[in-house]
Design a protein around this ligand. Structure first.
Ligand SMILES: Nc1ncnc2c1ncn2[C@@H]1O[C@H](COP(=O)(O)OP(=O)(O)O)[C@@H](O)[C@H]1O
Ligand SMILES: [Mg+2]
Length: 347
């Protein structure tokens, strides 16, 4: 029998997060030397939470996403260290078969270009029904019904007719909806969407991002949304991780990062987002310079060569991620001279 908790009862134990990534490092051994694409990233994500991972192209977002999935593992040509716990299971300690068993049911991924995930000679419905027959053991008729239901769930009109079409008969936006339906097919607890809208028109981009948001709410599915564009994650994720040259530089509630960015790089990314309240053709401040070569990264803060606040210390000493004492909600930042610190010191 269960009884309602009395006010004197202690708080329920904290729920174990769905995803715990600790000090994840991924390097590729190339002919020119090691490329440290992901360099000590730690993240946690609770059930049903949404996280945005943002940063310029080449900052390690896709490599991180694939390492979290266990698509990139330690092996010839690649070093992976740290740990990724998904629902308590260490993804990188599993056998290849063990990892495959997680894909679709625990974690699924949506990639940038829908055509890479779709077989042009297979009907739309078959993509979905094959996967649910395999993983969920449904009959042919049940699988067909589930496939049509999934297409309806991702907002595809006339799902029964669409199920009998081939991928090329659908628009880019509809194809990406099919790929999202494939990712949802076996009810994963975590969805990783890597630049899911980059190949699409602007209006379609918004529809797909809104669809992902509403699906993650409706299905209580944790979602990682990867984008080079910070405005993509605004209002659509609970938290945001800003990456620069393989490292996290800021990790906090999304609204807090937009209102009060603390890392100069986050602040520069926000300043470069086009705004409707500015007159048309206003020049936006671009971030001067380019990210470092990951074969020869600078020894201190990797953003220092492009940062207006950098001092000698930034050039020689890499800053660690740290929060403001006693205030968990402001998140963490890796900067020797974070924005807002001056005001804090004088407050
Ligand atoms: N298979 C690979 N071999 C060597 N370097 C790679 C490989 N995949 C990615 N990289 C490098 O890792 C870095 C991060 O890449 P990526 O994660 O794709 O960046 P992002 O997704 O943020 O644009 C880049 O410098 C890229 O060139
Ligand atoms: Mg990428």
């Amino acid at each position: 029998m269960t009884t309602a908790p009395s006010p004197k009862d202690p708080a329920p134990p904290a729920v174990t997060p769905l995803l715990i990534a600790t000090d994840v490092r991924t390097a590729f051994h190339t002919a020119r030397g090691p490329v440290q694409a992901v360099d000590g990233v730690s993240l946690t994500l609770g059930e049903g939470e949404t996280l945005g991972i943002v940063g310029e192209s080449g900052s390690g977002k896709s490599v991180l996403g694939r390492t979290l999935m266990g698509l990139i593992t330690d092996g010839p040509g690649t070093s992976v260290s740290g740990s990724v716990l998904l629902g308590g299971t260490d993804v990188h300690a599993l056998t290849p078969a063990g990892r495959r068993a997680l894909w679709g049911t625990e974690v699924a991924m949506v990639f940038q270009d829908p055509m890479t995930s779709l077989n042009p000679v297979k009907k739309v419905g078959t993509h979905l029904s094959e996967s649910v027959r395999l993983h969920l053991g449904l009959s042919r008729a049940e699988a067909r019904e589930r496939a049509v239901g999934l297409l309806r769930q991702v907002g595809i009109p006339e799902p029964s007719r669409r199920a009998d079409q081939y991928p090329h008969e659908l628009s880019g936006g509809m194809r990406q909806r099919v790929v999202i339906a494939m990712a949802l097919a076996c009810g994963p607890r975590l969805l990783i969407a890597d630049e899911p809208t980059t190949a699409l028109d602007v209006t379609v981009q918004k529809q797909i991002l809104d669809l992902l948001r509403s699906l993650s709410e409706e299905l209580r599915m944790a979602t990682v949304l990867i984008s080079h564009d910070l405005s993509t994650v605004a209002g659509r994720t609970d938290r945001v991780a800003v990456m620069y040259a393989g490292r996290l530089v800021e990790y906090a509630d999304t609204a807090a990062v937009f209102d009060r960015p603390r890392h100069p790089y986050s602040s520069a990314l926000i300043a470069s987002i086009p705004r409707l309240d500015l007159p048309p053709h206003t020049l936006l401040p671009a971030i001067e310079g380019s990210p470092p070569d990951l074969l020869h990264p600078p020894p201190g803060c990797r953003f220092a060569p492009r940062c207006g606040r950098a001092t000698d210390r930034c050039v020689t000493q890499a800053p660690r991620l740290a929060g403001r004492a006693g205030d968990r909600d402001t998140g963490v930042v890796a900067c020797h001279h974070p924005l807002g610190a001056d005001e804090e010191a004088t407050a």
